[in-house]
Design a protein around this ligand. Structure first.
Ligand SMILES: Cc1cc2nc3c(=O)[nH]c(=O)nc-3n(C[C@H](O)[C@H](O)[C@H](O)COP(=O)(O)OP(=O)(O)OC[C@H]3O[C@@H](n4cnc5c(N)ncnc54)[C@H](O)[C@@H]3O)c2cc1C
Length: 448
C-alpha cells in the first residue's frame, strides 16, 4: 500500500482522495478547518440546504473508506503547523494540494485597509460561520458597494438584502464593463431580482447607451440577453432595500471617515473596446463618487502564496512540459531547479482559482487523480502510520480532529439543533467545536 497526503478537504480534496483510495492506496487528508467541505460547507449559500446536505453525505462516504484518514484543524504552510518540507520529510509517495484559492486579489487602492472594506471570500466565510471569521468585524452599513458581477456578487447581494440580520438599504453592484458582460447565472439573479430598482436601472442604461453603442451593443436587448427580469411584470418593490447597478466603473480610491470607516468610493469611468471576440474596458479620465459605507470585493480569488509552493502570478507554478501537457498541468513546477516537483500535484481551485462550480472542481480533482495513480505505479510501497503523524502534529500543541471526532461533533450539532428547534445548527468557533467534541467523548465514556 502506498501513502498519499491530500492537503485540503474541499470538494477537490475529497473527490481526489476517493479516487486514490478506491485504487487501494492509503490517503491521509490534512485540512485547515475542523470540518471537511471547504467552500461547499463555508461558501455555498447558507439556505441551499439540499445541495449542502447532499455534498456532506458524499463527503461522509469518502471518509467512511477505511483507507482514508482525516486530520482536521491542521494548517500546512508558512503560517501553519507543518511546512511543505515537513510533509515531504514524512516521505509520502505523493502529495496533492487541494487547498482552494485562499489568497486575495489585490487592487492596491488607496484606503483599502479601511473598516467596512472586505474581500468576498472572507465575507462569505463570515456568514457561513467559518471560524475565525465569524467572530471578526464584518459590520454592514446602509449602502454597500459590491465590486464584480458574477455569482459570488449576487450571493452577497442576496445575503445583504434578504438574510442578513440587519439588511442593507442599498446594494450597488459596481461592474467595470456593461450589462451584456454580466457573469451571473439568471437562476441565481432570480433570488434578488425583486429588489432591482427598475427606474434607476433604466437611467443607468441610458447613461451608458453611447458607450455600448460604440461597440455595437443595443440596450433594447439587455432584457433578452442578461436581465430577463426586465421582461417580467414589476413586483411590489421593497420599500426598505434596493438593488442598483453602476456599470463601466472601476474602483479608484476609498475615502475614509474620522472613525476609519469607508465613507465614499471614487470610481473611474470606463469605455468599452472590442478585443477580438471579447469586450474589454478602457479607463477614461472621468471619475464619479459613490456614497457607500461598506465595500465588498467579489472579483475572484488567487492562490495563497504563504502555502510555500512555487508561486507565479496569482497561482502555483505548474509544469510547462508540452509533450504530455494533460499530465503536466497537475504537476507543481520548481522554478529554482527548473524541473517538476516529483510527486507533488495541485487540483481544483488550488490549480485554477475561482474556476467553476463544485462539479468542475470534482472533475478537475478526478482527472488529476488519474495522473497521480499512474505516477504511483512507478513508486515503491510505503505505508505511513497515521497515529505517528497525529502525535507529531499534536506535539506542536495542535488539537487534531479525526474521523471519530467529526462524528461526535455532528452528534453535538444535531443535539443543539433539536434543543433550539432549528433545522440545522453549526458551532461558529473552533473552541466551541473542540469543547463539544470533548463533551460528547465524555458522554460516550460514561455510557460505555
Ligand atoms: C461564495 C461562493 C458560492 C458558491 N456557490 C456554489 C454553488 O451554489 N454551487 C456550486 O456548485 N458551487 C458553488 N461555489 C463553487 C464551489 O464552492 C467550488 O467550486 C469548490 O468549493 C472548489 O473546491 P476546492 O476543493 O478546490 O476548494 P475549497 O472548497 O476552497 O476547499 C479548500 C480546502 O482546503 C483547506 N485548506 C486551505 N488552505 C489550507 C492549508 N494551508 N492547509 C490545509 N488545508 C487548507 C480548506 O480548509 C478547505 O477545506 C461557490 C463558491 C463561492 C466562493
Amino acid at each position: 500500500m502506498k501513502t498519499v497526503f491530500v492537503v485540503g478537504a474541499g470538494p477537490a480534496g475529497m473527490f481526489a482522495a476517493q479516487k486514490i483510495a478506491q485504487a487501494g492506496h492509503q490517503v491521509i487528508i490534512l485540512n485547515r478547518d475542523i470540518k471537511p467541505g471547504g467552500l461547499a460547507e463555508y461558501g455555498i449559500y447558507p439556505t441551499k440546504d439540499k445541495m449542502k446536505v447532499g455534498l456532506r453525505k458524499q463527503f461522509a462516504k469518502v471518509l467512511a473508506l477505511p483507507n482514508v484518514h482525516y486530520l482536521g484543524h491542521v494548517t500546512v504552510g508558512q503560517n501553519g503547523c507543518l511546512s511543505i518540507a515537513d510533509l515531504r520529510n514524512l516521505e509520502p509517495c505523493a502529495i496533492v494540494f487541494a487547498v482552494g484559492a485562499q489568497g486575495t486579489k489585490k487592487l492596491e487602492l488607496e484606503g483599502s485597509s479601511a473598516r467596512g472594506v472586505y474581500s468576498a471570500k472572507d465575507f462569505v466565510y463570515f456568514y457561513n460561520q467559518l471560524p475565525p471569521f465569524t467572530s471578526q468585524d464584518f459590520s454592514i452599513g446602509k449602502r454597500v458597494a459590491v465590486i464584480g458581477m458574477g455569482n459570488v456578487a449576487i450571493d452577497i447581494a442576496r445575503w445583504l438584502l434578504v438574510d442578513a440580520p440587519e439588511k442593507a438599504a442599498a446594494v450597488i453592484v459596481v461592474a467595470r464593463r456593461g450589462p451584456f458582460e454580466a457573469k451571473f447565472d439568471k437562476k441565481e439573479f432570480a433570488s434578488v431580482e425583486g429588489f432591482l430598482d427598475r427606474e434607476a436601472f433604466q437611467r443607468e442604461l441610458k447613461r451608458i447607451e453611447p458607450q455600448l453603442a460604440a461597440v455595437g451593443q443595443d440596450i433594447s436587448k439587455v432584457a433578452d440577453e442578461t436581465f430577463p427580469v426586465l421582461k417580467k411584470a414589476e413586483l411590489q418593490a421593497s420599500e426598505d432595500s434596493r438593488l442598483l447597478f453602476r456599470f463601466l466603473s472601476s474602483p479608484q480610491r476609498i475615502h475614509v471617515d474620522q472613525a476609519g470607516r469607508i465613507e465614499r468610493l471614487t470610481v473611474t469611468e470606463n469605455l468599452l473596446v472590442q478585443r477580438g471576440e471579447s469586450t474589454a474596458c478602457k479607463a477614461t479620465e472621468q471619475t464619479a463618487d459613490l456614497e457607500v459605507d461598506t465595500m465588498i470585493f467579489a472579483i475572484g480569488d488567487v492562490a495563497d502564496p504563504s502555502l510555500g509552493l512555487p508561486y507565479g502570478k496569482d497561482s502555483y507554478l505548474i509544469n510547462p512540459d508540452t509533450s504530455d501537457a494533460a499530465r503536466a498541468a497537475y504537476e507543481v513546477f520548481d522554478d529554482v531547479r527548473s524541473c517538476a516537483m516529483q510527486g507533488v500535484y495541485v487540483v481544483g481551485w488550488a490549480r485554477k482559482a475561482s474556476e467553476g462550480l463544485v462539479g468542475i472542481a470534482r472533475h478537475d480533482a478526478e482527472v488529476g487523480a488519474t495522473h497521480i495513480l499512474k505516477y504511483l505505479d512507478c513508486t515503491t510501497s510505503k505505508e505511513i502510520a497515521v497515529d505517528e503523524i497525529k502525535r507529531h502534529i499534536e506535539a506542536k500543541g495542535v488539537r487534531v480532529v479525526d474521523k471519530a471526532d467529526l462524528e461526535l461533533l455532528a452528534r453535538a450539532e444535531e443535539q443543539q439543533a433539536r434543543e433550539r428547534n432549528l433545522s440545522w445548527f453549526k458551532f461558529s468557533e473552533d473552541e466551541a467545536m473542540l469543547a463539544a467534541i470533548e463533551a460528547e467523548r465524555a458522554k460516550a465514556g460514561v455510557l460505555v
